[in-house]
Ligand binder design. Structure first.
Ligand SMILES: Cc1cc2nc3c(=O)[nH]c(=O)nc-3n(C[C@H](O)[C@H](O)[C@H](O)COP(=O)(O)OP(=O)(O)OC[C@H]3O[C@@H](n4cnc5c(N)ncnc54)[C@H](O)[C@@H]3O)c2cc1C
Length: 457
């Protein structure tokens, strides 16, 4: 059944499309995954419009793929089974900032950049934990994939910062979760049953989030980074243990890449901040003092390279990653396996990742993100590709597949995994967990219309 006219009746002609040139854009992203053709793109403005679209899709059994910025790189907002791409960007209101309880209520299309500018202008003493992704990524898209931001070591990953949400269920009902289901205040998700877990990590397969409440944090007056270098990757677990025992940093970048040559080996870049100058200086000194234990093995980088690191990594978000993603192979393509590992497994993953990169003719490019106080590490095994070169794309797909298997073989899990990698996880999952996931999905989405092709076996 052609649903173009009923969709126009809901959101208007300006915000409904079945034009080839627009469908082309919504049928792919800048990673290595297969394009999948969308049949319709719609951009709703209100919760009521979202409800009507969902009810129509349910009646006609047409898939819906919710989309924020479409920037996961692993094809998660590309419609695997066709149907409607629901572009949430017009739902872009920042509804309320509660200054004293430090949270913001916003609609699903609000971007990282829009929230950052709003806070800078109106609440310069508050900030949210901002991912390194381009600023047009949405807050909601990021919490759905359980992403991480520049406060991830100190405050946790971004989905842990959600206090409450409003959701349109796959059958069209609107539902509020967290304290906002009882009270006018969206200030906490505890101590209620945590129904938000039904929507976080599910990649849009269980419902459409229309609003969230996100925690805000004090913005520090002083902020800087240090750059440490080491040739010995095997020291990483002990060093991470010691540096997190200090419990003094906001974030820790770890970089190991073949190019430029001075970034080979491993670079540790702790980000340190404080409200008070004396406290700030003390924190910096305590981090430098830690190096005494690793004398001759881990050293402080100073001078030009340290300054370059400051220019690249101190801005929020950092300036380097987007440039690399767009330019490295002059074809605008980039994708990474996001392996989340116990800290002690990181050296093994890294040395094997170098072998995989070289096997596929790529320089190695490893970016790590320490998560939530140091309990685990996200290891990004990244590959650049020329999107106009089919052979190059095929090579990167193979490298990603090997990288995914490597992470799973050594006991890790995959973050923002593409559909094929989700399947690898489902195959290894406890069968009763798989059954439970299917039951949850069936109960919420009886006609299987929500982002089908994801989280399936
Ligand atoms: C250069 C670069 C650097 C990056 N660095 C980081 C980083 O530091 N940290 C990090 O976490 N990520 C990073 N990413 C990955 C990614 O871009 C971000 O996580 C981004 O925030 C995802 O948001 P999005 O709006 O693009 O999500 P989308 O890709 O639009 O959506 C993500 C998933 O959520 C679903 N979804 C979207 N909106 C809704 C909704 N309203 N309701 C239900 N489901 C929905 C989609 O269907 C999809 O499955 C990076 C990406 C790039 C290109």
């Amino acid at each position: 059944m052609d649903i173009y006219s009923p969709l126009v009746d809901i959101v208007g002609e300006d915000f409904t499309s079945n034009h080839e040139e627009e469908l082309y854009i919504y049928s792919r992203d800048s990673g290595a995954q297969q394009p999948r053709k969308a049949d319709y793109v719609v951009a709703p403005k209100t919760v009521e419009e979202v409800q009507q679209i969902v009810k129509l899709a349910n009646k006609e059994k047409i898939p819906i793929t919710p989309m924020g910025g479409g920037l996961t790189l692993s094809g998660l907002a590309v419609p695997i089974k066709g149907g409607i791409v629901l572009d949430m960007k017009r739902m872009d209101r920042i509804i309320e900032v509660n200054e004293k309880s430090r949270y913001v209520i916003l609609e699903a299309g609000v971007t990282q950049g829009a929230l950052q500018s709003h806070l800078e202008k109106n609440y310069p003493h508050l900030e949210h934990s901002m991912p390194d992704a381009p600023p047009m990524a949405t807050i909601v898209g990021n919490v759905v994939i359980q992403g991480h931001g520049h406060l991830s070591v100190a405050q946790g990953i971004n989905s842990q910062m959600v206090n409450g949400m409003e959701v349109v269920l796959p059958t069209g009902e609107v539902c509020k979760l967290g304290s906002c289901s009882i009270s006018p205040y969206w200030f906490t998700r505890d101590p209620l049953p945590d129904l938000m877990g039904l929507f976080l990590g599910w990649l849009g397969t269980t419902g459409i989030i229309t609003k969230v409440s996100l925690q805000l944090f004090p913005k520090p007056k002083f902020r800087d980074l240090l750059t440490f270098t080491s040739a010995d990757l095997d020291l990483l677990p002990d060093f991470i243990f010691d540096i997190t025992q200090l419990n003094l940093m906001d974030n820790l970048f770890i970089i190991s890449q073949e190019w430029p040559p001075w970034a080979q080996g491993i670079l540790y870049v702790p980000i340190i901040s404080a409200q008070d100058e004396e406290e700030f200086k003390l924190k910096i000194e305590l981090h430098k003092k830690l190096l005494r234990k690793y004398e001759g093995k881990i050293t402080l980088v100073e001078g030009r390279h340290a300054e370059r690191m400051r220019e690249a990594r101190l801005p929020v978000p950092p300036v380097t990653l987007g440039v690399m993603a767009a330019d490295a192979k002059q074809g605008g393509g980039f994708e990474y396996t996001g392996g989340i590992l116990p800290i002690e497994k990181v050296p093994e993953a890294s040395s094997k990742a170098v072998e995989i990169a070289h096997k596929y003719g790529q320089p190695y490019l490893l970016g790590y993100q320490l998560l939530t106080g140091g309990h685990s590490m996200m290891c990004g095994l990244a590959y650049c590709l020329n999107r106009a070169d089919g052979e190059d794309i095929e090579k990167v797909r193979k490298a990603l597949d090997e990288s995914n298997k490597l992470i799973l073989d050594i006991g890790g899990v995959l973050w923002k995994a593409e559909a094929l990698a989700q399947r690898l996880m489902v195959q290894r999952m406890d069968p009763n967990t798989v059954k439970l996931m299917k039951r949850v999905r069936k109960a919420l989405d009886p006609n299987a219309i929500m982002n089908p092709g994801n989280w399936s076996d």
